[in-house]
Design a protein around this ligand. Structure first.
Ligand SMILES: [Fe+2]
Ligand SMILES: [Fe+2]
Length: 439
């Protein structure tokens, strides 16, 4: 049992039970006799909401099949039982929750989490589990606001209750405490039940707020925006990443000029510059430095840069032994593992052996190690070298980091970087002189 759960149930055992008992014995109290800060009207509205949810859930389950009708009905009626329980046992905090919902437009679940650290779905689930309800009822009660968290076995019934709950809120059938109509339907749940716009209209008996299936997706996305500033920054960065992708595809002959010009126009319109992507300039500077230091490989000077989770920028340059992306990944893992910059993680004899194989046996032109090869040699090196083992362990910290290369990656670099799950862009430049391009 987790700490929250234990703490919550403790209240049932002691003070909470005494408070509840006092209310329960009020003569002639009706519904109010089991309510804390909920007004009688609130309880009526919650009852209507629960009944509406039960009807909607039955319609959905008739369409989807695969679940017992009576079980769905029971789960839907009880899905918000946690609200009554929280109101009953934590009436002071719950009064604050109701005020927050009314004043700040938050959902009940969000306001409850902010104030009490758990929500009514958690409370309802814990309570029903404690009184030995079967898991087929506990799961939809616990996860009707978090379908992604439920186990596979109860995913269908939880999805039905989740969608029925949201449809009732949108159609304003009763009031679950928050009349915010913009509750987002979980996409996975909707797909699982194969519900389209017409189905939703039939269930609620009113025109859907969505104008088309595409509109359903767009509305859902906008409903999920909690912080507009964050979205603006992310959009700005995505526009730059897409511009680079267009420019590269055009350079490779995969896209027409019009598309690139459109991407440039969008960049202009939002006043975006490629340097707004933090990794672009450092990677270009690294390429210049490689040239100045006489490094590079056969007259080609490539640079690469990665932005780590803490904002640190690490760079890499190409050499006769290694591609820029390969040295970038090694440098980044050395930084994360606090290893000296000049430490060699890959054994020289392994590099020599691989180079011999590529050049002499396979008669390849490019013998320096690409990212995929580098990762393999690093993995082998980790067997006997603790520093390499440390570096290997740090590779997962590169996931979702931003990376820029001054040249189009080779297939081996692209495959290696894809496996690391970094967000990659590159300048539309080729890293070899051996090119054949159509007019
Ligand atoms: Fe709920
Ligand atoms: Fe609800």
């Amino acid at each position: 049992m987790d700490e929250k759960h234990g703490g919550f149930l403790h209240c049932f055992d002691q003070d909470g039970c005494r408070q509840a008992e006092k209310r329960r014995i009020q003569p002639g109290g009706g519904l109010k006799s089991v309510a804390g800060e909920f007004e009688e009207r609130d309880l009526d509205e919650l009852w209507k909401h629960s009944m509406g949810c039960a009807v909607a859930a039955q319609i959905i389950s008739d369409k989807s099949g695969g679940v017992d009708r009576k079980t769905v009905l029971t789960a839907a009626i009880l899905h918000d039982i946690g609200k009554v329980i929280m109101d009953l046992f934590f009436s002071r905090e719950y009064a604050k929750t109701l005020t927050t919902v009314r004043n700040n437009g938050l959902s009940m679940a969000k306001a409850e989490e902010n104030i009490m650290g758990f929500n009514h779905a958690d409370a309802g689930g814990w309570f029903c589990d404690e009184i030995a309800f079967p898991s087929v009822l506990v799961s939809p009660i616990s996860f009707h606001h978090n379908v992604d968290g439920v186990d596979k076995e109860h995913e269908l019934i939880t999805s039905i209750v989740h969608i029925a709950d949201n449809l009732c809120k949108r159609a304003q059938i009763g009031d679950g405490g928050d009349d915010n109509k913009n509750h987002a339907i979980n996409l996975h749940a909707q797909r699982l039940l194969n519900l389209n716009k017409d189905d939703l209209e039939k269930i609620t008996g009113e025109e859907s707020i969505y104008k088309s299936p595409t509109d359903m997706g767009v509305n859902r996305a906008s409903a999920g925006i909690m912080d507009d500033k964050v979205i603006q920054v992310a959009s700005h960065q995505e526009i730059i990443r897409r511009y680079f992708r267009c420019a590269v595809e055009y350079a490779m002959g995969l896209m027409d000029k019009d598309s690139v010009e459109r991407a440039e126009l969008i960049m202009e319109k939002v006043n975006a510059k490629v340097e707004d992507r933090r990794v672009v300039k450092p990677s270009r500077d690294a390429a210049v430095k490689a040239n100045e230091e006489g490094k590079g490989n056969e007259g080609i000077f490539c640079g690469a840069a990665i932005e780590l989770k803490d904002g640190t920028i690490i760079t890499g340059k190409n050499s006769p032994l290694m591609h820029a992306a390969s040295s970038l990944i090694l440098n980044a893992t050395k930084h994360l593992a606090n290893l000296p910059e000049d430490m060699h993680l890959l054994p020289k004899n392994s590099i020599d052996s691989l180079t011999f194989l590529k050049k002499e046996v396979l008669t390849g032109k490019m013998i320096s190690l690409d990212t995929e090869e580098t990762l393999i040699v690093l993995g082998i090196s980790a067997i006997s070298n603790p520093a390499a083992q440390l570096a290997v362990e740090k590779l997962k910290e590169l996931r979702n980091c931003e990376v820029h290369l001054t040249h189009i990656p080779t297939p081996g670099d692209e495959a290696g970087l894809r496996k690391l799950h970094v967000n990659l862009t590159c300048d539309p430049e080729f890293s070899t002189k051996s090119l054949f391009l159509r007019d």
